[in-house]
Write a protein that binds this ligand. Structure first.
Ligand code: UFG
Length: 338
């Protein structure tokens, strides 16, 4: 026990639920706020759980009055690039306006430490070959990235006004699952490459589409930097310790500095699962940059972040364990086939 309480907004989502477990393991008290628009109730362990929206001022006042919150972690955002291109208003409303509501409530209740889930999507197309540092120009290619960048800027302005201190963590491609196999990546609908590939491996889908085979990369498919969800959690814990100890406001990339193409990911998924994953070429997906690779030296140097699951095979192995168990749970819930 360390007598500090963290409010995890969006604690029923993929990364939020892993964070709740990490905080509890580290001895923090945790309160979860989630509206279950995208999250799953069964991913939240036995901690105080408040169901509601960030736009509900009365509810936020109640949460901050009732619990002695020392810091807030904010995972509650829409995060699908293609969806954001089709529905920008919903993305700005949910990702920017709701964050303003949350920050206003924090300000009213003098809660001053904020850890923000930002994204590689703030950068847009890289203007350098290879990995991007935090000082790379930010020019999002989609509304999702623009909403994350808008909040990052808002945090800088709030910090300058003495309202709060913050750490913004720019995740590259979050992947994998808790080593216990009890928590994992479950979206509805699923749009992410690794879960979809593993669902094909499990026979839940017939084939995987490859969105774009004419990108300017070695095999024509997009390169992404996959970072394990447990390593993301460790980075948040370090950021939290830093803010609680009076550390500086900061923006950090979280990635492994290595890009894997869509075809390479599928190959590794086939190897790990021992199954064939049939694919079919498809049009490029709107808003997708060709290459996104992180230079994460800054958080390694400043906070001592040491990712444990840097290798894609290990990342996919943890995801495969979860997906197999999940398929078993779903099969059991559905009862015997008729
Ligand atoms: N892809 C396919 N077929 C699929 C699904 C994905 O080819 O069925 C490709 C995508 O086009 C992309 C790569 O696989 O090139 C990875 O796609 P994901 O959907 O798994 O992840 P994204 O890179 O689109 O998104 C992730 C995060 C976002 C974040 C983004 C940064 O989920 O929150 O990185 O651009 F914004």
């Amino acid at each position: 026990m360390n007598n500090k309480t963290v409010l995890v907004v969006g604690g029923a989502g993929y990364i939020g639920a892993h964070m709740v477990r990490g905080l509890l393991d580290a001895g923090y008290d945790v309160v979860v706020l989630d509206n279950f628009s995208r999250g799953h109730r069964d991913l939240v362990p036995a901690v105080p759980l408040v169901e509601g929206d960030l736009g509900d001022t009365l509810l936020l006042n109640e949460v901050f009055s009732r619990y002695p919150v020392d810091a807030v972690m904010h995972f509650a955002a829409y995060s699908l690039v293609a969806e954001s291109v089709a529905r920008p208003l919903e993305y700005y409303r949910n990702n920017v306006s709701s964050t303003i509501d949350l920050l206003e409530a924090m300000s009213r209740h003098r809660v001053r430490r904020f850890i923000f889930s930002s994204s590689a999507a703030v950068y847009g197309e890289p203007s350098v070959a290879g990995a991007m540092r935090e000082d790379h120009p930010t020019c999002p290619t989609n509304p999702y990235g623009a909403t994350k960048l808008a909040v990052e800027r808002l945090l800088v302005d709030c910090a300058a006004a003495g309202i709060l201190s913050f750490v913004s963590l720019r995740y590259f491609n979050a992947a994998g699952a808790d080593a216990s196999g009890e928590l994992g990546e479950r979206h509805d609908p699923e749009t992410h490459l690794i879960p979809l590939a593993l669902q094909v491996a499990l026979g839940m889908r017939k084939r995987l589409q490859i969105f774009g085979t004419d990108y300017p990369t070695a095999d024509g498919t997009c390169l992404r930097d996959y970072v394990h969800v447990t390593d993301l959690v460790q980075a948040h814990l370090l950021a939290l310790e830093s803010l609680l100890g009076g550390g500086d406001n900061a923006v950090y990339n979280l990635g492994n500095s290595k890009g894997y193409s869509v075809r390479e990911v599928i190959e590794v998924a086939q190897h790990v699962s021992g199954r064939t994953i049939p694919t079919t070429p498809a049009e490029r997906r709107a808003g997708d940059p060709a290459v996104l690779i992180a230079e994460s030296e800054k958080i390694r140097q400043e906070l001592g972040w040491r990712p444990r699951y840097e290798d894609l095979k290990t990342i996919i192995e943890t995801a495969w364990l979860w997906h197999q168990r999940e398929a078993g749970r779903e099969g059991a819930a559905a009862g015997p086939p008729v």
